[in-house]
Design a protein around this ligand. Structure first.
Ligand code: C5P
Length: 323
């Protein structure tokens, strides 16, 4: 479809009824929890070798792509934390569109619209989710015929968590976290997330980790975790959760240690930091106890605490039919 034919369809003031599959492409991308996060020594490339078990959970950003004039990139982010996001070339969704253009040798225009629900700088890979959504949405809008592995490779150029945003589910990540292998799991994990009103900078947390643990052993994945995920019982998963960045994040934000320590008191099986934080994920026994834990956390943290019940695993970036 020629870009000119649909250029009048403006996002931001979308006329939903006039959308067709080729004029506007919507994608939905989940946030992630790290069930385990093992961090090795800082490499010469400025990255740390990781071994992590990701789980995609049911908090989503939605990225929509519509035609714009040749060469043009426009971006608008909406949502509670939209003011924390740069709607320009610094945004990973914007850079995803530019990367696709140069990789495929096209100069198509795009108007991107991001509805953010994943916390900004929360350790749940929200920026990476937007990159994954933009890659998928633009590749379909522009009819670029890229296969999923090519998209994942492009995603890894944008950020270590982007390939997992495309894959979703439960998966083991190695390398920088960008080499992703899906894991077989049974059942559903139920979580209560405690968001933070202030984000944490990922490079800052890694730098603090280097100060605290200058010579860490090579990271590994406990085999008991995969065995636990195979039983479908949260109680078999809970004892094996850990995050090597937790100590660094808690030294920068001591309140996080207090939040994590609430797990037994509020009836959760355990609590783990998401990525570099500051989001804390409480693993609960089942959906019913998620309601109780949510209420107990509200009582502990105060009525203004931002909590959310989610479940995982859920799929990675997917096309969504226009409503
Ligand atoms: O890949 P991404 O841009 O998301 O990474 C953000 C920052 O997190 C990097 O610049 C680096 O400081 C840190 N990081 C790291 N090792 C990794 C992944 C991220 O040190 N494996």
């Amino acid at each position: 479809m020629a870009p000119e034919a649909v250029g009048a369809n403006t996002l931001g003031a979308v006329d939903v009824a006039s959308e067709t599959a080729l004029e506007v492409i919507r994608t939905r991308i989940p946030g992630k929890i790290n069930l385990t996060l093992g961090v090795g020594p800082l490499g010469a490339d400025g990255y740390h070798p990781l071994v992590t078990a990701f789980q995609a959970v049911s908090v989503y950003d939605e990225v929509t792509a519509a035609w714009a004039p040749e060469g043009v990139t426009e971006l608008q982010t909406v949502g509670r934390e939209a003011h924390l996001v740069d709607d320009d070339h610094r945004n990973l969704a914007w850079r995803a569109a530019e990367l696709l253009r140069s990789h495929c040798g096209v100069n198509h225009g795009v108007r991107l619209h991001v509805a953010k629900d994943i916390p900004v700088a929360g350790g749940m890979a929200g920026g990476s989710a937007d990159a994954a959504g933009a890659l998928l949405a633009c590749s379909v809008l522009w009819d670029l015929d890229l296969d999923p592995s090519e998209l994942r490779e492009l995603g890894a150029e944008l950020g270590a968590d982007v390939p997992f945003g495309l894959t979703g589910g439960t998966a083991v990540g190695t390398g920088r976290g960008d080499e992703v292998v899906p894991a077989l799991t049974r059942g559903t994990c139920h979580w209560v997330l405690a968001f933070s009103s202030e984000g944490l900078s990922t490079p800052r947390v890694f730098a603090r980790h280097d100060e605290l643990r200058p010579d860490p052993p090579p990271p590994t994945l406990p085999p008991e975790l995969l065995a636990g995920l195979g039983t479908g019982r949260a109680a078999d998963v809970a004892p094996h959760l850990f995050n090597d960045l937790a100590e660094a994040a808690c030294s920068l934000r001591p309140d996080l240690a207090d939040t994590i320590a609430l797990a037994p008191r509020v009836g959760a099986l355990t609590a783990v930091l998401c990525g570099s934080g500051p989001t804390v994920a409480f693993l609960v026994a089942d959906e019913a106890s998620a309601v109780d834990v949510h209420l107990a956390l509200k009582a502990e943290l105060g009525a203004e605490a931002h909590l959310r019940r989610v479940h995982g695993p859920v799929p990675g970036a997917r096309l969504v039919h226009p409503a």
